[in-house]
Ligand binder design. Structure first.
Ligand code: TPP
Ligand code: MG
Length: 584
């Protein structure tokens, strides 16, 4: 049988490392998926919602570095992919989106399910190719693959069903994968970099996702410069472990001495971080050097004194012998003292966890952290799970803490966990899901996890609300509104779906319940944890507008007759506040 466009497509994708395609079949896509079926080497993961497949692919691609395919069919099917595609772009995951397209004879006629792929994908896609002639295949697939892999993001191949079955005449050789180049700043810029460091007295490092492969280099530099190392959420997992200079995170999720270390430094080194919250970064009185592989990131979050384009690892390896050793430890010691005080306050609070009802979410996460494997994958939902994960999940050389950290979409944790399980079968895989997130996207595809017998542990923070938004509203000075909802017993739902279900209502059961969940490896488990909706976290630095907003919101609740909720909130957080004040 001669080769058609769809056959050639899968052959080329397979040769470039694509091993899985997540999605839903239908109309325009049927011939393309039929070719995947006949090809036989790329696994098709039939999900119940295209967006779920998209988020699964984001984690899959991020973990393996190999491109992952996702597919949806013309119009509505592909529109379901867009949120995960933007997430892929922000998190740096190589995705190839196979978009079913209407018959080529009715393109641009407002046909049923017709969507202009160029307009529609513009925000999300790094490259969009529409194949209407078999002779485009090599160039379009090549460009889609190279862009997705090289620029780490989603690219689109839009393919009408009638074109998918057209014969390909030319011989198509497999696409050659290239290793990423080693990039570091010019010698002159390296000299300027080293000079600024030598001239400084108090250096602080802020690291991000760009430090992914450079733990040892960052630790060595920090040691040589007596520099505290703070990090973004994405950088935490690469820099917190085995690092005597680690001082926590800055930002609204902040803890430890990072905020002070950044503001009290005379030179800050921003390494591979595009940390977006400018108000938590120091201003003009502190000099800043920013190093990033992407030059578009330089200087966009705060004013910088030196911008450098390069990979953190080779740049620091070159820099290390160029800088003088520093011996004054006062700056580092202050940041470490603050960090230790935070750790003591966490420990004190957690000690009371087993007897504090309702279950404290921080106790839930800290217990999970204690019991989870040293190489566990944690998917974390945007919402309060993010807050508690940032503080209470400890990184290790082999653990992954993953989420929609830059796009901040809800509901990514469960699908991310599924993708992680496909990427690394058998690895302990845990999702920390909001109840809003789980009911938004996670519930339907529980059936996929069951069908595939995937050992994924989904821990639901059942707080009956969009709790994170409630906190946002309070911060903005308004009375909480539109955030509460009624839940069901998710453990019962899980059992009805064929999964294991564990309901946690009593804090005394948290440890045994989580142990049982982690020991269940023959399929998915849902841990439905009824947690305290009033648990607040206090950041290491509270911006003035936040404090003012909380006061105003409290006043509005009192004057609107919702003071009883406020009393609850104060009661639940008073002791925490007292402990945190000790760390100031
Ligand atoms: C798709 C999407 N919709 C809305 C938001 C805004 N948002 C951010 S967090 C959040 C609440 C999340 O609620 P839940 O999943 O229940 O987690 P909780 O904060 O209650 O723990 C919302 C609505 C978002 N980030 N993404
Ligand atoms: Mg919630």
């Amino acid at each position: 049988m001669s080769k058609n466009v769809a056959d050639a497509l899968w052959e080329l994708l397979y040769a470039a490392g694509v091993r899985r395609c997540y999605g839903i079949v239908g109309d325009a896509l049927n011939p393309t998926v039929d070719a995947l079926h006949r090809h036989g080497k790329i696994e098709f993961i039939h999900v119940r919602h295209e967006e779920y497949g998209g988020f699964a692919a984001v984690a899959d691609g991020y973990l393996t570095g190999d491109p992952v395919a996702i597919c949806g069919t013309a119009g509505p099917g592909v529109t379901h992919l867009i949120n995960a595609m933007i997430d892929a772009r922000k998190e740096g995951a190589p995705l190839i989106v196979i978009a079913g397209d209407v018959e080529s004879s009715i393109i641009d006629t407002s046909a049923l399910e017709e969507l202009n792929p160029y307009f529609f994908f513009q925000t999300a896609s790094l490259y969009t190719g529409r194949i209407i002639n078999p002779r485009q295949v090599r160039a379009v697939v090549q460009t889609a693959l190279r862009t997705a892999i090289g620029d780490r993001g989603p690219t689109v191949i839009s393919l009408p069903g009638d074109v998918a079955v057209k014969a390909v005449e030319e011989a198509l050789d497999p696409i050659v994968r290239t290793n990423p180049p080693v990039v570091r700043p010019s010698d002159a810029d390296m000299q300027r970099f080293a000079k600024m460091i030598d001239a400084a007295e108090r250096v602080t490092i802020l690291g991000g996702d760009g430090c992914r492969d450079s733990h040892d280099e960052v630790v060595a530099l920090a040691k040589k410069l007596q520099a505290p190392v703070g990090y973004s959420f994405r950088g935490k997992q690469y820099l917190e472990y085995d690092n005597a200079n680690a001082v926590g995170m800055t930002g609204l999720l902040g803890y430890g001495g990072a905020y002070q270390a950044l503001h009290e430094a005379d030179l800050v080194l921003m390494l591979g971080t595009d940390f977006p919250f400018s108000e938590f970064l120091p201003g003009h009185d502190v000099k800043k050097v920013q190093l990033d592989l992407n030059d578009k990131h330089l200087g966009r979050r705060t004013q910088i004194d030196l911008g450098l384009v390069g990979d953190v690892k080779p740049t620091l390896a070159t820099l290390l012998p160029m800088v003088e050793e520093k011996t004054t430890t006062k700056h580092l010691k202050r940041a470490l003292d603050l960090t230790r005080a935070w750790e003591r306050s966490f420990a004190k609070n957690l000690e009371r966890g087993p007897s504090q009802k309702p279950i404290r979410p921080d106790y839930l996460v800290a217990t999970l952290d204690k019991l989870a494997a040293d190489d566990a994958f944690f998917g974390v939902d945007t919402g309060t799970p993010c807050i508690w994960a940032a503080r209470h999940l400890r990184a290790s050389a082999k653990r992954t803490i993953f989420g929609s950290f830059t796009w901040a979409s809800m509901a990514s944790a469960a699908p991310n966990a599924m993708g992680a399980q496909f990427a690394r079968p058998g690895r302990q895989t845990i999702a920390l899901s909001g109840d809003g997130g789980f009911t938004m996207l996670g519930m339907g595809d529980m059936l996929t996890l069951v069908e595939r017998k995937l050992p994924v542990v989904i821990v639901i923070f059942n707080n009956g609300s969009l709790d994170f938004v409630r906190i946002e509203q309070q911060e903005a000075g308004v009375a909480p509104f539109g955030v509460d909802f009624k839940n069901c017993n998710f453990a019962d739902v899980a059992v009805a779906m064929g999964a294991r279900g564990i309901r946690l209502e009593d804090p005394a059961d948290v440890e045994s319940g989580l142990r049982e969940a982690l020991a269940h490896t023959s399929g998915p488990v849902v841990v439905d944890a009824v947690v305290d909706p009033f648990a607040l976290s206090i950041p290491s630095h509270i911006p003035v507008h936040t404090a003012a907003g909380f006061t105003l919101s409290a006043w509005r609740q009192l004057t609107s007759g919702e003071g009883n909720l406020l009393t609850e909130e104060i009661k639940h957080n008073l002791e925490l506040a007292a402990q945190v004040l000790e760390t100031r």
